[in-house]
Design a protein around this ligand. Structure first.
Ligand code: UD1
Ligand code: CA
Length: 452
């Protein structure tokens, strides 16, 4: 059965107390909305419609960067969840199949859960609702069942009788139904309720009224966590990280201190990767099998190949590409640079806008001076080069294969293949002068102290 997804993202999110639309707040290196969009992609949704309202332009711009085929509809006034979904009708008029309704502020629903809902649809339920059991049902819609356990209706808290409020099985908000049926039912929804809103949840009662069946799939409460405040956002982050950490370990990644490993939504880590304590993955990181990331590293927008060793205390910034068996050591920053196989940058270096050739050794404290205050320039370093410690390579500059750079050099001109470049002032050594100078200074100090 083909599936389309409608994401509701028109709400204001007042309790975030923010100028940023709620669904653009970041969770694991990506906006909340991107998490929901990724879930839609994982269930191979054929069409995605995002309902926007508050901050529509910003929300649409962000969503378009994540899925260029995403469609947008605006809900000018927030008249309720049913009204919000109805806005998507024109974008789905020519779509036949099921529609899943997701919320842009509810980022942790697993694709497997939606697949269970799809299965329930295939087994005959006309409408399927995702429910969850909770100890604190306050504020949620309650799933009301008949004697044989099938779903009769959803009652919002404000419209519920005291007996209905006792029900602990709640509505997550996720609903799956045939597209044509859903919009037909929605056109019948009225707003004669406690909130004066058009409730999406009313489609259940309407479906039952037509003799159709409604099914329930349940999931753990943690999956349905909706973000309404900064506190919720932190709770969602914790839940995301807990899940990402166990998934990584299940997939064969060693985390020496899981509680201090931070993943992004799109982090990809291969088997047998070893990750030390306090390692942070920002967006866009891939690490191949068998690489080692030692303690206290910060990685973002980079690729680490098989057998590479990074850290401790390394920073890989966007565009860092580490080939196999490279070594990047402590207090090294790599940005927009390709480091070829077996090359080593082991201590205290900045390599930016550069290419480092195979088996090259970059000595401690080497800096590629890539920025002239206005433009960025490239540094090209060949294979098997030895760059002595504390060298500055002033870009643009090219160092040929098998060249050597003497320690402490300031390299402003390209160095040909196989050459040795020494670019520092010559040392002057005056025999005995050190001791004489020191004696003189000590004598001066003594005289000063006696004078007091
Ligand atoms: C809704 C459900 C409730 C469920 C709860 C789960 C209805 C009527 N109620 O209640 O059964 O237990 O979610 O969290 O559906 N939105 C729009 N436009 C609108 C209204 C809402 O885009 O006009 C979006 C919001 O931005 C939000 C989502 O829909 O992402 C849910 O809206 P919200 O007002 O939070 O619904 P609840 O009253 O919490
Ligand atoms: Ca809500």
């Amino acid at each position: 059965m083909s599936i389309a997804v409608v994401i509701l993202a028109a709400g204001q999110g007042t309790r975030m107390k923010s100028d940023l639309p709620k669904v653009l707040h970041g969770l694991a290196g990506a906006p909340l909305l991107a998490h929901v969009m990724a879930t839609a992609q994982e269930i191979e949704s054929e069409r995605l419609v995002v309902v926007t309202g508050h901050g529509a332009e910003a929300v649409e711009a962000e969503a378009a960067t994540r899925d260029e085929e995403a469609r947008f509809v605006r809900q000018e006034e927030q008249l309720g969840t049913g009204h919000a979904v109805l806005q998507a009708a024109p974008e789905l008029a020519d779509f036949s199949g099921d529609v899943a309704i997701l919320y842009g502020d509810t980022p942790l629903i697993r694709p497997e859960t939606l697949e269970a809902m799809q299965k329930a649809r295939e087994e005959g339920a006309s409408v399927v609702v995702l429910g969850f059991e909770t100890a604190c049902p306050t504020g949620y819609g309650r799933l009301i069942r008949d004697e044989d356990g099938s779903l009769l209706k959803i009652v919002e808290e404000k419209d519920a009788t005291p007996a209905e409020r006792e029900v602990s099985l709640c509505n997550s908000g996720v609903i799956l139904a045939d597209s044509a049926l859903l919009f037909e039912l929605l056109s019948e929804v009225r707003n004669d309720n406690a909130k004066g809103e058009y409730y999406l949840t009313d489609v259940i009662g309407l479906a039952r009224g037509r003799g159709l069946t409604a099914g329930i799939i349940t999931c753990p409460e943690s999956e349905t966590l909706g973000v309404n405040s900064r506190t919720d956002l932190a709770a969602a982050e914790a839940a995301f990280q807990a899940r990402a950490r166990s998934e990584a370990m299940e997939n064969g990644v060693t985390l020496s201190d899981p509680a201090t490993t931070w993943f992004a939504l799109d982090t990809v880590i291969g088997r047998d990767v070893q990750i030390g304590p306090s390692v942070f993955f920002g967006p866009g990181v891939t690490v191949e099998s068998g690489a080692t990331i030692l303690a206290f590293c910060h990685l973002e927008g980079c690729h680490v190949s098989r057998g590479a060793r990074v850290g401790p205390y390394a920073r890989l910034r966007p565009g860092a590409e580490l080939a196999e068996d490279t070594h990047i050591g402590n207090f090294v920053e790599i940005k927009n640079a390709i480091v070829d196989e077996g090359a080593k940058v082991n201590h205290l270096s900045y390599i930016g806008d550069a290419h480092v050739g195979t088996a090259t050794n970059i000595g401690a404290g080497t800096i590629t001076c890539n920025y002239d205050g206005v433009f960025k320039h490239h540094t090209e370093i060949g294979a098997r080069v030895f760059v002595g410690s504390n060298s500055a390579l002033i870009a643009p500059v090219t160092i040929g294969n098998d060249a050597m750079i003497a320690a402490g050099s300031i390299i402003t001109e390209s160095v040909p293949e196989g050459a040795l470049a020494v670019a520092r002032s010559r040392q002057a050594t005056k025999p005995g002068l050190g001791r004489r100078l020191m004696d003189k200074l000590r004598a001066a100090k003594k005289k000063k102290q006696e004078a007091v």
